[in-house]
Ligand binder design. Sequence first.
Ligand code: HEM
Length: 222
Amino acid sequence: MSNTSIDTPPGATPAGQIAVSPNNPCPFLRALVANGYVGGDVVSLSQLSEIVGDASGQTGFGKKKVRMATWMVAVIANGLGPGRVFKSATSGAVLDRLRNGPLDKHGGGSRILDAEARVNDEQIDRLASFGKDCKDPAGGIEIGLTAKEIETFMAANIKRDGDAARWYFPILMKGEWPVLLKILGKGEGEARYLSVAEVRTLFVERRLPERITARLPKPASR
Ligand code: HEM
């Protein structure tokens, strides 16, 4: 399987980016850490949920809902024991220690990132194979996945995982690709789609499109 680290050697960090621990397996959080929007270690749940709320582009009650959902995910991300959940709630989530935590599906997801957080190109191609030609509101046609294709993709991931897939994986997955579609998607309603090119950039270059970063406060830790 070939791995990609853009034009830098495997494991290297492109100029201007902050190194992200391989133990952070979330492509969205990896981009936030790499570009200094949040620290790579302990991040308070209020800071984390605020930044995800900003990234969503929602305001008012919509933003509150995104913030709450992020808080709920992050509070259990480092462990389910009562002591750990309390620690996450009060001190924050430890983003460089998410691997092997309750949210880690150990290969039950897209498998785009391996256990060392290297990108598997073939798995991005596989994701693209679930997509179709989508009309970019900014002009042109590109390969993308609408909510419907994302459902099919996630179901195929569970099937591929076979007996290793746990009953709650589909629930965890609802907070991943469909939420990415909400934040990163182009177009409205049923036609809203996740651009495969932008997913590639997110995983490979740990970068969010400018229209998303424009919603975020200037990174503090750069
Ligand atoms: C709204 C914000 C978020 C978005 C859009 C998002 C999106 C994603 C996506 C697309 C994946 C990849 C799944 C795959 O490869 O199949 C993922 C994985 C993951 N995310 Fe996030 N995520 C968000 C917030 C969070 C938060 C707040 C945490 C915890 C603090 C988190 C922890 C994880 C973990 C542990 C995985 C690995 C799951 C696995 O490989 O099985 N994510 N996320």
